[in-house]
Design a protein around this ligand. Structure first.
Ligand SMILES: N[C@@H](CCC(=O)N[C@@H](CS)C(=O)NCC(=O)O)C(=O)O
Length: 279
């Protein structure tokens, strides 16, 4: 890892903390680049004006019909987005990436990460070393995104207590398909897309971390007679679990991972307490 350069290569607006933006932050850290992050806690973003220069709502913003958009995914209330934000981000989602001059919006956390990776020194090989290795990395990122969709539906269902057997089944099937390929790849090479660390590994570590939040909703799973999808994953996907543990300890990953995983352990402990009280 090199010392970070001062000028940010990209800006991200997001709810915080968000393991999906770490994909970009870890990539930047590995290459000595800087990413500018602006945001607030998930619950607070409903009180922010979404823009390249986002800010907490000021007097009159809520009444401005130009800003009002009904939230769809993860936000039930009205959201406030500038016209410029909506043209840069046609799907209107966060994390929202922007070129440093604010003219180009980049959405989907994997694509935001790729925007950073494209600006790294190609000798580092974070996005492969040629057309074929880069395309193979893309393949892993695409499969991860299919899983990420089921993961999002599952994790959001804990927020409004709507988790069902069907949602759990989809998350389980998505997780098994995704990790089945990762496990197989790790049987061939030390890292997911070959013998070097790439953004396929970065994406994998961040998605696993986010997904592991399911354990903080143990009592909701218990109520529908299910166990966390990641139960026994160390025995079902031993190479993937060992790779994840190694990545969590990597100096470029640890700064984001450790605080989040510590907080998650506390949340899981309270979830367990809560389950005991209900049983
Ligand atoms: N797969 C996307 C997910 C983005 C997404 O769905 N974000 C939701 C929050 S979890 C959002 O911004 N919703 C805004 C809205 O409902 O208008 C990614 O990784 O960036």
């Amino acid at each position: 890892m090199s010392e970070p350069a001062a000028e940010p290569v990209l800006r991200i607006f997001s709810y915080l903390p968000n393991p999906r933006i770490w994909k970009s932050l870890i990539t930047a850290r590995l290459a000595g680049l800087t990413v500018d992050v602006v945001g607030a806690g998930g619950g607070e973003l409903g009180n922010w004006l979404w823009d390249f220069d986002p800010r907490p709502l000021a007097d009159g913003d809520r009444e401005n019909p130009d800003y009002q958009v009904q939230g769809r995914t993860g936000f039930k209330s009205t959201l406030y987005k500038t016209r410029a934000f909506r043209s840069a981000h046609p799907y209107g989602t966060v994390p929202a990436g922007f070129s440093p001059d604010g003219t180009t919006g980049v959405f989907e956390s994997n694509s935001i990460m790729r925007a950073v990776a494209r600006q790294t020194d190609s000798a580092l090989g974070l996005y492969g070393t040629d057309v074929w290795s880069a395309s193979r990395i893309d393949s892993f990122l695409d499969v991860a995104l299919v899983f990420a969709r089921d993961s999002q539906v599952y994790l959001l269902s804990f927020g409004d207590r709507s988790v069902s057997g069907e949602i759990h089944d989809r998350a389980l099937a998505g997780f098994d398909t995704w990790l089945g390929g990762v496990e197989s790849a790790l049987g061939e090479s030390s890292h997911i897309a070959g013998d070097a660390l790439t953004i396929a590994d970065v994406c994998f570590a961040c998605e696993v971390t986010l997904f592991s939040r399911e354990r903080a909703a143990l009592w909701q799973l218990d109520q529908i007679g299910r166990r966390p999808v990641m139960t026994d994953w160390e025995t079902r996907f031993p190479k993937s679990a060992a790779h994840y543990a190694a990545l969590c300890g990597h100096e470029a990953f640890a700064p984001d991972m450790h605080a989040y995983l510590d907080k998650l352990s506390q949340d899981i402990a309270s979830a367990n307490e809560r389950m005991k009280e209900h049983s």
